[in-house]
Design a protein around this ligand. Structure first.
Ligand code: WTA
Length: 644
């Protein structure tokens, strides 16, 4: 099947950093054939305290990943101070748009530097030093990036936990990395929700977190909250006591910058560890080339700072490039469905980066909402988090980009730190639904299940032979698990967990996860975690969770649940199951459908055959195939009959 092609408009290419496909190919070849020279040159964009000894020391067999070893730098200095020193102090670093229209703040680079230094000095006053872990549990308010960068300034390792996670999830994350400090806010506002309990959830989590010494609370709403004396302190009180300045700590290129927990197919979420030099270089370089960022551009990424996209493409990449980055506290449909487009008009946003799930939700509401806004400032559109399908790609192109803006469909993962497969907007012709070609330094391969490399046009398991400097270094505290999870299936390769197709032009089409990880509204959720949470509900004997296609969320969560002997599957039990998931994980992991059953399809050795459950959830019973290996094939018939 030939798919439609869209060529970069000439006016865009002429002014772009990378102007033609042959220029891309030439630089790509260099990045693969002579990576040391390529990355040493690119690394000049950072300001180093001490130059590195070796550019690259990477081995996917021994699983050793080190970049710029011996070099020293500080991320906060690179993202803020040096811009001020170069005379950009008055440039706006952050535009904060509050939940309510009309509520906003602009923070210049000069102001951001002062705020970071002051916050860092306050943390230092509490005894935080290089290498200590600090947990941040907040909504999208300006103090959140300030807290992240204050940690980076001190060399403390931040672990940001997405604001919708439950107290239990927060507790487990704090304990896994033994955080010393929790930074949170009183309550949060988001859309119609005016009192999201942040500090109260923190209090619950902190009943079982022996490592936490102090809690810093940002006053966002002024809601009355409990403060434990000796432990909890308001940020403004802390700052009143703290000196205004704090030097930036020289960090080794391989010192940790942050931990971010993400879900896999088995076990508890993993603490993905990113380090200093390579991560910053990769995010800054991709931010510049993939979004074709130019000085003075207004750039807006709608992701949440609790996920990797927020870390890399709201904060670290853009600020390292001295960009103006928009941070929005609310949701796309509050107070109405024009909010995103209103914000673009208000700030004359040039570069806009969002997720297909948001596009689907907004597209469904019709063209009237974007139609009433002036979107003429837009120059480029980006997509991330899940496959973008042709209908929303075309709507994005015609309705939002007005046919004028290239779309970059960027594929990457928490683990990769930054974008790995994406068009370069001035160079790469695009095809709706394809993430197109690898970024510099990235060697994707497709393998068959036996580990054989497939060449030319093919479909297979997406693996990487090399991934550039931004890749995760280890699972925090468990290098064995890092090896096991990503490098054991196919020795010498990093396995992404995604499937992909490569077409006649060498373009990649990501088809989605091939493991037991779901992608619900762009949020990564492990089926094993949801099953565990359901299993803790009184009256539940066993559960199996799979994904199913969902119009808005991309994937929905379908739970098959066997009640205990003598217990009936009732609406009350269903409610209890959903509540249990909210309590143990968070509201974003709540199952969309719960089907009670007297049995699950198992092999004679007791293994649940998810393949069958997936087909039932997808409503494709004819595709179930062979069930003769099941211990009790008759369960399949009743599962189909009782499908929700
Ligand atoms: C999926 C988010 C198709 C993929 C940055 C990946 C995508 C997982 C795309 C990582 C894309 C992300 N096209 N699929 N452009 N971008 N994915 O760790 O399945 O939250 O493995 O990182 O999202 O999700 P994560």
């Amino acid at each position: 099947m030939q798919s439609q092609r869209f060529y970069p408009p000439a006016h865009f290419s002429n002014a772009a950093h990378i102007k033609t496909l042959s220029e891309y190919t030439e630089r790509y070849q260099e990045s693969i054939q002579n990576p040391d020279a390529f990355w040493a040159r690119e690394a000049q964009r950072l300001t180093w305290i001490r130059p590195w000894d070796t550019v690259r020391d990477v081995d996917f067999h021994d699983v050793r990943i080190r970049w710029f070893a011996g070099g020293q730098l500080n991320v906060a200095y690179n993202c803020v101070d040096r811009h001020v020193q170069r005379g950009l102090g008055q440039r706006t670093a952050i535009i904060w748009e509050g939940n309510e229209p009309g509520q906003s703040r602009k923070i210049s680079y000069q102001e951001l530097q002062s705020q970071i230094e002051h916050f860092a000095a306050a943390l230092r006053g509490l005894g935080v030093k290089k290498g200590d872990r600090v947990c941040i549990f907040m909504q999208m308010i300006p103090e959140l990036p300030v807290a992240m960068l204050a940690c980076a300034r001190l060399g403390a390792v931040h672990s940001v936990v997405f604001g919708a996670f439950s107290a239990e999830s927060l507790r487990d994350r704090i304990n896994d990395s033994c955080c010393k400090i929790l930074i949170t806010q009183d309550t949060g506002v988001r859309g119609n929700k005016q009192d999201i309990p942040m500090k109260a959830k923190g209090d619950l989590a902190l009943r079982e977190t022996p490592s936490i010494e102090k809690v810093i609370v940002v006053k966002r709403t002024g809601a009355t909250i409990a403060m434990q004396s000796g432990r909890d302190i308001y940020l403004h009180d802390l700052l009143a006591e703290a000196p205004p300045s704090c030097p930036a700590e020289p960090m080794d290129a391989e010192d940790p910058l942050f931990i971010l927990y993400t879900s896999g197919s088995t076990g508890k979420p993993k603490g993905v560890l990113h380090t200093t030099g390579g991560y910053l270089l990769h995010t800054a370089l991709t931010h510049e080339l993939v979004f074709d960022y130019r000085p003075e551009d207004i750039y807006w990424c709608t992701a949440d700072l609790g996920w990797v996209t927020g870390h890399s493409y709201i904060i670290y990449g853009p600020l390292c490039n001295a960009a103006t980055t928009v941070i929005y506290e609310g949701v796309p449909n509050y107070p109405d469905f024009s909010r995103f487009w209103q914000i673009i008009e208000k700030y004359k946003v040039n570069l806009f980066y969002t997720a297909p799930t948001a596009l689907r939700a907004l597209m469904r509401e019709g063209d009237g909402w974007p139609g009433q806004c002036d979107l003429s400032s837009l120059r480029l559109l980006g997509s991330v988090g899940e496959p973008i399908k042709a209908p929303e790609w075309l709507w994005y192109h015609h309705m939002i980009g007005q046919g004028r803006c290239p779309i970059v469909d960027t594929w990457w993962q928490t683990e990769t730190g930054g974008i790995l497969i994406s068009p370069l907007p001035g160079a790469t012709p695009t095809k709706p639904g394809s993430a197109t070609l690898p970024f510099f330094g990235v060697e994707p391969v497709l393998l068959d299940p036996s580990g054989k490399e497939l060449h030319g046009e093919a479909s297979g398991l997406l693996c990487l032979k090399s991934a550039g400097p931004g890749q995760m270094r280890t699972v925090y505290g468990d290098h064995e698990r890092f090896k096991q999870t990503y490098f054991s299936q196919f020795p010498g390769y990093y396995f992404t967990g995604d499937g992909a197709r490569r077409d006649e032009d060498g373009y990649y089409w990501i088809t989605g996860r091939v493991d037991d990880v779901l992608n619900v509204s762009g949020h990564r959720i492990g089926t094993a975690e949801v099953e565990g949470a359901i299993g803790m509900t009184a009256g539940v004997a066993e559960a199996a969770v799979v994904g199913f296609p969902h119009d808005l969320k991309g994937q929905g969560i379908y739970a098959f649940v066997t009640p205990m002997q003598g217990i009936h599957g009732s609406t009350d039990l269903e409610k209890a199951i959903k509540e249990s998931v909210r309590q143990h994980i968070g509201s974003h992991a709540t199952p969309d459908k719960v089907q009670f059953t007297h049995g699950l399809p198992k092999t004679r050795s007791g293994k649940i055959m998810r393949r069958i459950l997936r087909k039932i959830a997808e409503n494709e019973p004819d595709a179930i195939g062979d069930i003769s290996t099941l211990a009790d094939p008759s369960v399949v018939e009743s599962l189909i009959a009782e499908r929700k």
